[in-house]
Write a protein that binds this ligand. Structure first.
Ligand SMILES: Cc1cc2nc3c(=O)[nH]c(=O)nc-3n(C[C@H](O)[C@H](O)[C@H](O)COP(=O)(O)OP(=O)(O)OC[C@H]3O[C@@H](n4cnc5c(N)ncnc54)[C@H](O)[C@@H]3O)c2cc1C
Length: 447
């Protein structure tokens, strides 16, 4: 039954007692809180910032749509004016010919769309929805540390301009993003040393785009030592960013503004669309360091979203993984609160599911950073339904079905073989301005 008002908070030894305390009000935390509150659980969200606040991560995957439907969010998204997204397109920096993929063509696709969102607004819609569903939301409240005395969780919190206090709950979900409060406290974080990147990005008005469905696609451009995203956010606004190895940026000795401007200017594929574009936000930078926690659960805690692990954003998997984890945490804890004896089994299953989904994207990302990946991707062959399987994973199908798994294995084998045999045309990934024709050739489609 859906409960629309916060349930009574009970007090134990003068401290508030909740069923579940959730650290962080990003997508993972808000989704978990809304579901728990709707199931009648006493959930509190402790969020350090005041929403709306800026956040990066603007392109969503269709496999989150079911969770949004379950929570009744689509109407709110439509009211907020979020743009529907129907797929993506990839280009090598050396050629005008790219590959488009539409979600409807994904292997056993269930939905043809997702959203492109301004995260400040999206996260606010989700957090407000959690409050309207009955969760207590405490913004501008930082969690300082978490302790686990017998049979409960104690959180030390500091409200902005207030004094520290302790609150208690039966379980805690750490959805604190890349802060990963619990993971850091237990020293569980392990970096992926080969994925220590930096991203520089900004919003622009006036970037040219295609009409209709093609104007909603996320565009990725792969250059030799970096890649770019172009994400349409509204009818006029576009997010553009570049991701590269941190030392390359440092060595350039440029400010973020200078670096991003220069990086864009070197890419005819971007410049062609930006002749009248104007930057309308500061250039921001984000450390883009991939990592995973060695454990995702303990006796009274679960890690969700970026707090569990962060995988390079090239395939826009971050919010999808956060929503997936938020939803699964809520379902697991709802059952465990009634049947504490099931905790060990259900927590282990949760950790397995989330680790598996992260593994899928980690493998995909590792392949992406080889030149052969883009050579194979840009030359799709209608062979054993490999392109639709790749398309499905790009849509958030974490590929746990055998039908997708073996097709993905064939895809990776082709990428590996391409290193030794030119199965697909070789690409320099270096822009060659003289080769660019004034009238762009149509991109191929992957389906
Ligand atoms: C450059 C870049 C580009 C990206 N692009 C995409 C993309 O296109 N699509 C996509 O899906 N993902 C993208 N991502 C990933 C995406 O941003 C994250 O995966 C996603 O935001 C994770 O959601 P979350 O709820 O786990 O954490 P977050 O959204 O980070 O939310 C965590 C919340 O916890 C709060 N918090 C932190 N510490 C505390 C504390 N001590 N006490 C209380 N509150 C606290 C924070 O204020 C924050 O609001 C990108 C990431 C980067 C770095």
């Amino acid at each position: 039954m859906v409960r629309l008002h916060p349930p009574e908070v009970c007090y134990l030894d003068g401290r508030m007692k909740y069923d579940v305390a959730i650290i962080g009000g990003g997508p993972a935390g808000s989704i978990a809180a809304a579901l728990l509150a709707r199931a009648g659980r006493r959930a509190v969200v402790l969020e350090r910032d005041k929403f709306p606040r800026f956040h990066i991560g603007e392109s969503l995957l269709p496999f989150s749509m079911q969770a949004f439907t379950r929570l009744g969010l689509h109407e709110k998204f439509a009211r907020a004016g979020f743009m529907e997204k129907f797929g993506g397109e990839m280009y090598g920096a050396c050629s005008e010919q790219g590959v488009k993929f539409y979600f409807e063509d994904g292997f056993r696709s269930q939905t043809d769309r997702s959203y492109q969102v301004t995260r400040a607004e999206f996260d606010k819609v989700l957090l407000d929805h959690a409050a309207e569903s009955g969760a207590e939301v405490r913004e501008e409240t930082s969690v300082e540390n978490v302790a686990f005395p017998d049979g409960e969780v104690l959180l030390r919190i500091t409200p902005k301009n207030g004094v520290s206090e302790g609150i208690s709950a039966q379980y805690v979900i750490d959805a604190s993003g890349r802060n990963s409060i619990v993971g850091s406290q237990f020293k569980l974080k392990r970096n992926y040393d080969h994925l220590q990147k930096i991203s520089l990005f900004a919003h622009y008005d006036g970037v040219e785009r295609a009409e209709g469905r093609d104007g909603t696609l996320t565009r990725m451009v792969r250059a030799i030592d970096r890649w770019f995203w172009v994400i349409p956010l509204t009818a006029t606004r576009t997010s553009i960013g570049v991701v590269l190895d941190h030392p390359v940026f440092k060595k350039a000795g440029l400010s973020p503004e200078e670096f991003l401007e220069q990086a864009i200017e070197e890419q005819p594929l971007l410049m062609r669309r930006m002749s009248v574009a104007e930057r309308v936000s500061p250039v921001r930078t984000a450390a883009d360091f991939s990592y995973r926690n060695t454990r995702l659960t303990g006796e009274r805690w679960l890690l969700a979203g970026d707090a569990a692990g962060f995988i390079d954003p090239v395939f826009s998997s971050g919010v999808f993984l956060a929503v997936l984890a938020g939803e699964q945490c809520a379902d697991v804890l709802h059952e465990v609160l009634d049947h504490p004896g099931h905790a060990r089994r259900l927590f282990a299953r949760y950790a397995r599911n989330i680790n598996k989904a992260m593994d899928v994207y980690l493998r995909f990302v590792n392949a992406w950073y080889s030149k052969e990946f883009i050579e194979v991707f840009l030359h799709p062959q209608d062979f054993l339904q490999i392109p639709p399987a790749v398309n499905a994973v790009l849509g958030g199908n974490a590929g746990t079905s055998f039908a997708i798994k073996w097709r993905m294995s064939v895809f990776y084998m082709l990428v590996w073989l391409q290193r030794y045999l030119p199965l697909c045309p070789r690409r320099s990934l270096v822009p060659q301005k003289e080769e660019v024709s004034p009238t762009p050739e149509p991109a191929c489609a992957i389906s």
